[in-house]
Design a protein around this ligand. Structure first.
Ligand code: ATP
Length: 330
């Protein structure tokens, strides 16, 4: 089993080493290949990810990835490595489970966000003529059908009862209109799953005011990105969520958050999201201990042991991992 590991930028290497330590502690020893892609590679080689890197990623049985910096400057920069990987490997579905922990400000949240991952406002097609900057919002029927069918299959396989299509078709009548139309068509093939729709702004409101009414949220690329950060706030921190990116031939596991440049090198990053992402990888390979790790994280939070700064505690990243591993051994 070959796993490509991307330690990434910012807090990436800190949370990746925490996550790999937890995987070793449960006796998971696959073959790892490490890829240094992102900001450092760009500074060294003027390229952030190469064709060879992409080939390795395509050959791997799974990819475990930490966040990678995307410099915001328009000039003298590189385009997002994360988006390049998603596009090149056609990782079209991004699954972001939101489940409350005992320390979460909002209890009993059990929502899954499924986000179309390859087009929409993150299509990367942009122009600037010196006066006007334009981003193309591309929504295709093909990609919409693929993600909507995926979402219904996911709901069936995971005992989910309802899918809500989240859009803004009243304003973006063409792009969101197409996404919604495809959703309504495909929904007819799955009478056993309830389906409804919400405008994205109302969805943000409902996530805070009535989250218990929400089950699977299916949406386009940027809306999914924004709503999952809102979801992270309901759960308690951006550092708590893991995610899965699925394509026909590849699968990639990563935390939801970014590189957190404000806390790099301080040993205070919360590694939970990265660890949770790696437990989803264990599930994918049929390794039962993923569930055990998640239960132990719940126990750790339930007893308010060694919380990191983002959760109001004083523990370092290393303290957190040591306590987690000790708790699993007991
Ligand atoms: P991106 O645009 O790359 O997705 P972002 O804008 O979502 O990034 P983050 O890098 O995720 O931003 O950071 C947002 C805030 O959340 C920062 O204050 C950061 O310190 C905090 N944060 C993110 N991840 C963690 C973590 N694992 N542990 C502690 N704090 C975190």
């Amino acid at each position: 089993m070959l796993i490509a590991v991307i330690p990434g930028d910012g807090i990436g290497p800190e949370i990746m080493s925490a996550s790999l330590e937890v995987l070793s502690s449960i006796g998971f020893f696959p073959e790892y290949v490490y890829l240094s892609v992102g900001l450092d590679k760009w500074k060294r080689e003027n390229i952030a990810i190469s064709e060879d890197d992409l080939d390795v990623l395509k050959r791997a049985d799974a990819i475990l990835k930490a966040p990678i910096t995307t410099p915001p400057s328009m000039r003298n920069s590189f385009s997002s490595v994360t988006l390049t990987i998603r596009k090149e490997l056609e990782l079209y579905a991004n699954i972001r489970p939101l489940q409350s922990f005992p320390i979460s400000p909002f209890k009993d949240i059990n929502i899954v966000i499924i986000r179309e991952n390859t087009e929409g406002l993150y299509s990367g097609v942009e122009t600037f003529n010196g006066k006007t900057a334009t981003t193309k919002r591309i929504i295709t029927k093909k990609a919409s059908e693929r993600i909507v069918n995926f979402a219904f299959q996911y709901a069936l396989n995971n005992w989910r009862k309802k899918i809500t299509c989240v859009h803004k078709a009243n304003i973006m009548k063409m792009t969101c209109g197409l996404f919604k139309e495809v959703f309504l068509e495909v929904a007819e093939k799955y009478p056993e799953i309830n389906s409804d729709e919400l405008l994205v702004d109302n969805c943000a409101f409902q996530m805070v005011s009535n989250p218990e009414n929400l089950d699977v949220l299916l949406t386009t690329n940027m809306f999914g990105d924004i709503l999952s950060d809102l979801g992270a706030a309901l759960i308690g921190s951006l550092g708590l969520l893991g995610s899965i990116n699925i394509g026909e031939k590849s699968i990639l596991f990563e935390p939801v958050h970014g590189t957190a440049p404000d806390i790099v090198g301080k040993n205070i990053a919360n590694p939970t999201g990265m660890i949770i992402a790696s437990t989803y990888m264990l599930d994918f390979f049929g390794v039962k201990k993923g569930e055990k790790i998640r239960k132990t994280i719940n126990k750790l939070f339930g007893n308010r042991l060694d919380l990191t700064k983002d959760l109001g505690g004083k523990a370092t990243t290393k303290d957190f991992v040591r306590t987690l591993i000790n708790l699993m051994d007991n």
